[in-house]
Unconditional design. Structure first.
Length: 691
C-alpha cells in the first residue's frame, strides 16, 4: 500500500487536498482529505468522499466510440484510437481549409486543473485558428465586478473567518457549495459570532444561521445600496479608511441617496425594520465594538440581469465600515486573483495563425448552433469539440441547444467519463481519465494554496488524459511546434509565474512531496489599501468602467423577468424560478453515482403553500413548470422555505435521468448580465400546473 497526494478537481472554492491509498494491485482503495492541509483539515464533502465510486463506476467510458444511430439516440460502436483520431483530424482539416472559425471548442469546469482544463487544449485550438470561447456560464459577471471594484478577484483569507464576530453569508449556501467555509463559520459561531444569511431561499445554510433575510431574487444591489444609504445617513462610516484607501465616495453617496429604506424594502420584499436592523448590527460590530465583520459573497447574486452591479455594490460595503483593517474582516467571493498566472506560457496565444479569431459566448450556445452564419456572426458552426462540460444539460434554453446538437451537418466530438446527455449527440466519443489517472496543478477560488495533484493509478481501459488527447490530435493535424510535445509536468510548471512575490519562496520539491503550498500574502492584505486596482484603492467609482464609457458607480439593475420589472410577462408567468445546485451533485457531475442518487432520487420543485393552494397542487404531485421557452416536470415540494411568488428547482440533472427527459434549463433564458456577459439562470419567470 502507498498514498499519493491528489487535489480535488471539481468546480468548488474549497479545492481540497486529498490523499489516495493504492493497494499492491494498483487499485485505489481509499480517498480522504489531507489532515495537514489547513482548509481541508481531513474532511471531504459528501460528493468527493465517493470519488472512488465515480472512478470505478461500471458505466465508465473505456474505449473510443463512433456513432451508429441518430444524433441524440445514444447508439455507438467501439473503434480504435487511431481510427478516432484520424477521423477527427481529417474532418477538422477539411473545415479549417475553408474557415477554421467554423470550429468551436466548448469547455468549462469539469476539471479545474491548469493542465487538463485548458493547457494543451488551448494550444491546439490557438494553432488551429478555431473560434475562441467566452467562458461565461458561471462566474464572469462576478469576475468583471470584482475587477472593476478591487482590480481582481481577491478577498479575505478564509482561514481567518473563525475569528469574525459578524458573518453575512450573502447569496451562498456553503453547506452545499463549500463545506470547509461552513466549518469555519461554525467555529466562528462557537467563538460567539452572529451569522446572518441573505438569500431568497431558506437553504440548509440559512436554516442554521441566527437570522435569515429572504429578499426577492435579483434585488441584492438594492439591498446593498439601502445599507449604504443608512450608513451615510447615520454617519456609520470609517472616514479615515474611506479617505485613504477608496476612490469615488461622493459619487457612491449620491447614488445611495436614491435608495431610501422605504424604496429598498419594497424592491427587496422585506420590511423597513429588517433593513434598519441589519445596517445597525453591521455598523455596531465594525465601528462601535471594533470587531471583524466578514461578508461571504456567493455566485447566486450574479445570475440575473444586474448581477455584476449587485456584486459591485456588496463589494463596496466592507470598505465603508473599515472591515478590511482586520484579517477576519472584509469580503470573499473569489481568491483566484491572488495567483500569479502565466497564461501566455501555458496557452500560447502566439500560435494564432491570423490574429484573434471571433469570440463565441458559451451561454448563448443554443442560438449559435442554429445560426446559419453571416457577416456579423461569421461562419456557421460546423464542428464542436466538447471537453470538461455537458452543454446539453447545463446551457440555457436547452431546447435550442438540443436542436443545434441534433444537426446532421454538425461534427461533434466529446471527451468524457460517461455517456452524458451531450455525449449522446456526439459523432466520436473519446474516453477521458479522471483525476486519479493523470497529473495536474490547481489554484483555488476559496483559499490561497497551490496544489499539485499526482497520478495515483493507471488509466482504466483505453482512457487518456485531456492533455494527451490534444497532443495526439496535434500530431495528427501535423502541428510541428515543440510545445505540442510538452508533458504534463512541463505544462504544470508553465501555468504559474514562479518569480512573483506570492510564489517566489515556493519549492517544487515540497509541492511534489506535500501536494500543496500557500501563497505568500499578508493575512489582512488590504488593511492599508494596496488593492490591485489601477488606483490601488477600493474603487466605488470604477476607473476601468469610466474609461469604457460605462456607469462607474454600482446601481440596482432590475431583472429582465420579475413581477415588478416585467408585469406583462408576469401576467402569464407569475412565479420567479431560481435553480441553485443540489447538495449531492456538482453541476452535472455525480448525478449518476448510485449512493448519491439514493439520497436525491428525483428532481423536485419547492413552492410556497399559498402558491400551491392557488393552483390546487399537492405534495408529491408531478408538476409541469413552463414558460414560452420550454417546460420540464418535477415533483411538488410544498414548503415555506421559499417566499410566495418564488419557486426553486435544484440543478443540474442529466436529462436522461429525468422522467420527461428535460431539466430546469429548458426554461432558462439566453439573456446576459450587465457586465461580464454571463448567464442569467435566476432571472426567469414561469408558471406551474399539475402535469
Amino acid at each position: 500500500m502507498f498514498t499519493v497526494p491528489v487535489a480535488c478537481p471539481h468546480d468548488c472554492p474549497d479545492t481540497c487536498a486529498m490523499r489516495v491509498t493504492v493497494n499492491e494491485l494498483g487499485r485505489a482503495v481509499k480517498i480522504e482529505g489531507d489532515p495537514l492541509h489547513p482548509t481541508t483539515d481531513g474532511v471531504l464533502c459528501t460528493k468527493v468522499a465517493r470519488y472512488l465510486e465515480r472512478t470505478y463506476h461500471p458505466e465508465r467510458l473505456l474505449h473510443p466510440l463512433k456513432r451508429i444511430g441518430r444524433k441524440g439516440e445514444g447508439k455507438f460502436e467501439p473503434i480504435s484510437w487511431d481510427q478516432a483520431l484520424t477521423t477527427i483530424a481529417e474532418r477538422l482539416k477539411s473545415i479549417a481549409e475553408r474557415n477554421p472559425e467554423a470550429i468551436m471548442p466548448y469547455s468549462y469546469g469539469g476539471t479545474m486543473g491548469m493542465v487538463q482544463r485548458e493547457g494543451m487544449a488551448a494550444r491546439f485550438f490557438n494553432k488551429l485558428g478555431a473560434s475562441r470561447l467566452d467562458r461565461t456560464i458561471c462566474a464572469s459577471a462576478g469576475a468583471a465586478a470584482m475587477r472593476a471594484t478591487y482590480g481582481a478577484g481577491v478577498g479575505m483569507d478564509v482561514e481567518q473567518l473563525d475569528q469574525a464576530k459578524l458573518i453575512l453569508i450573502w447569496g451562498s449556501n456553503p453547506i452545499t457549495t463549500g463545506v470547509h467555509i461552513w466549518r469555519k463559520v461554525q467555529e466562528a459561531q462557537r467563538n460567539g459570532a452572529r451569522v446572518i444569511a441573505i438569500d431568497p431561499h431558506c437553504s440548509l445554510t440559512a436554516q442554521k444561521c441566527h437570522q435569515h433575510l429572504a429578499i426577492l431574487p435579483g434585488t441584492d444591489a438594492a439591498l446593498a445600496l439601502g445599507l449604504m444609504h443608512i450608513f451615510i445617513r447615520e454617519q456609520w462610516l470609517d472616514h479615515e479608511y474611506i479617505e485613504r484607501y477608496t476612490l469615488g465616495f461622493n459619487e457612491l453617496a449620491e447614488r445611495a441617496a436614491g435608495y431610501s429604506p422605504k424604496r429598498v424594502a419594497a424592491i427587496c420584499g422585506i420590511t423597513i425594520a429588517e433593513l434598519e436592523a441589519l445596517a445597525q448590527i453591521i455598523a455596531k460590530t465594525a465601528l462601535q465594538d471594533k470587531q471583524p465583520v466578514a461578508f461571504r459573497l456567493g455566485y447566486g447574486a450574479q445570475r440575473v440581469r444586474g448581477g455584476a452591479n449587485a456584486i459591485r455594490a456588496v463589494a463596496c460595503l466592507p470598505a465603508l465600515i473599515g472591515a478590511w483593517r482586520q484579517a477576519a474582516g472584509g469580503l470573499l467571493l473569489s481568491s483566484s486573483g491572488f495567483y500569479p498566472m502565466n497564461p501566455a506560457g501555458l496557452e500560447r496565444p502566439d500560435l494564432y495563425p491570423n490574429g484573434l479569431p471571433r469570440l463565441l459566448n458559451m451561454s448563448t450556445l443554443g442560438d449559435q448552433l442554429l445560426h446559419e452564419g453571416d457577416d456579423s456572426f461569421g461562419p456557421k458552426i460546423e464542428a464542436m469539440i466538447v471537453y470538461n462540460s455537458n452543454p446539453a444539460a447545463i446551457a440555457p434554453e436547452s431546447r435550442k441547444v438540443a436542436q443545434g446538437l441534433a444537426r446532421e451537418d454538425l461534427f461533434t466530438v466529446v471527451l468524457e467519463h460517461f455517456q452524458t446527455d451531450t455525449a449522446d449527440y456526439a459523432d466520436i466519443i473519446l474516453p477521458a481519465t479522471t483525476q486519479l489517472e493523470h497529473s495536474d496543478i490547481h489554484k483555488s477560488y476559496g483559499h490561497r494554496y497551490i496544489l499539485l495533484s499526482q497520478q495515483a493509478i493507471q488509466p482504466l481501459g483505453e482512457c487518456k488524459s485531456n492533455a494527451e488527447i490534444f497532443r495526439l490530435l496535434a500530431a495528427k493535424m501535423d502541428f510541428t511546434e515543440r510545445c505540442f510535445q510538452d508533458d504534463d509536468m512541463s505544462l504544470a510548471r508553465a501555468a504559474f509565474n514562479w518569480q512573483h512575490p506570492h510564489t517566489a519562496d515556493m519549492s517544487w520539491e515540497t509541492l511534489q512531496q506535500q501536494g500543496w503550498q500557500k501563497l505568500k500574502i499578508a493575512d489582512a492584505a488590504f488593511a492599508e489599501g494596496n488593492f490591485p486596482s489601477p488606483s490601488g484603492r477600493c474603487e466605488f467609482a470604477s476607473s476601468e468602467l469610466a474609461a469604457q464609457g460605462l456607469d462607474p458607480v454600482p446601481d440596482y439593475v432590475p431583472p429582465y423577468e420579475s413581477v415588478a420589472s416585467n408585469p406583462d410577462l408576469a401576467a402569464h408567468y407569475p412565479l420567479q424560478l431560481i435553480s441553485p445546485p443540489a447538495r449531492h451533485f456538482l453541476n452535472s457531475s455525480f448525478v449518476n453515482v448510485a449512493s448519491l442518487r439514493k439520497q436525491f432520487p428525483e428532481p423536485g420543485l419547492e413552492i410556497h403553500p399559498a402558491d400551491a393552494a392557488a393552483r390546487d397542487l399537492h405534495e408529491g404531485q408531478t408538476l409541469t413548470v413552463f414558460n414560452a421557452r420550454g417546460e420540464f416536470q418535477v415533483k411538488a415540494v410544498i414548503t415555506d422555505r421559499v417566499k410566495p411568488g418564488v419557486v426553486l428547482a435544484y440543478s443540474v440533472w442529466w436529462k436522461k435521468s429525468s422522467t420527461d427527459g428535460k431539466n430546469c434549463n429548458e426554461v432558462a433564458s439566453q439573456a446576459l448580465t450587465d457586465l461580464g456577459a454571463a448567464a442569467t439562470f435566476y432571472d426567469c419567470l414561469v408558471e406551474v400546473q399539475a402535469a
